[in-house]
Design a protein around this ligand. Structure first.
Ligand SMILES: Nc1nc2c(ncn2[C@@H]2O[C@H](COP(=O)(O)OP(=O)(O)OP(=O)(O)O)[C@@H](O)[C@H]2O)c(=O)[nH]1
Length: 162
């Protein structure tokens, strides 16, 4: 139980970028997420389930929590997962698109099952983090260009992109 992390490597402009991806447990409740958990994250992936309206509504709460707890300037990404389950869709793509635009963040629909857009999502977030950090390159910074990404999900906001 609790929080674990996985390493995911993405390729950006021919360079391999190693991401440390933290995944919150599905049963974890919104209020139990602490300031300490967000602190230091360079990126946060918000995942809802396109077949579950409640999981999308929860995204709003997460946005608020990030605003209150995460470091300023943290990159956010919105993902609508289970895009392979079109027949059971409850959340219109346009609705999520609108929310993402309101918050000035990118949005993708993904499928952890078919892998659709999964690499694209991680790459996109990593690229945005690199751009924001001033295009730091390996060799001219003290540290390797690793990014610490944390996925915030709550009940029914499934995240299985690790
Ligand atoms: N069809 C489909 N099923 C998915 C997809 N992603 C996850 N699932 C299923 O949804 C269920 C929940 O997935 P989990 O990976 O356990 O979700 P989670 O939010 O990480 O849950 P915890 O492990 O409790 O934290 C599982 O049965 C998965 O197989 C997807 O993209 N498409």
């Amino acid at each position: 139980p609790g929080i674990d992390f996985k390493i995911r490597t993405v390729d950006i402009e021919g360079k391999k970028i190693k991401l440390q991806v933290w995944d919150t447990a599905g049963q974890e409740r919104f209020k139990t997420i602490t300031t300490a958990y967000y602190r230091g994250a360079m990126g946060i992936i918000l995942v809802y389930d396109i077949t579950d309206e409640k999981s999308f509504e929860n995204i709003q709460n997460w946005m608020k929590s990030i605003k209150e707890n995460a470091s300023a300037g943290v990159e956010r990404l919105l993902l609508g997962n289970k895009s392979d389950m079109e027949a059971k869709r409850k959340v219109p793509r346009e609705q999520a698109d609108k929310l993402a635009r309101e918050h000035g963040i990118r949005f993708f629909e993904t499928s952890a099952k078919s892998s659709m857009n999964v690499d694209e999502a991680f790459s996109s977030l990593a690229r945005d983090i690199l751009l924001k950090s001033g295009g730091r390159r390996a060799g001219n910074s003290g540290k390797p260009p690793s990014a610490d990404l944390k996925t915030g999900d709550k009940k029914n906001a499934k995240c299985s992109l690790g």
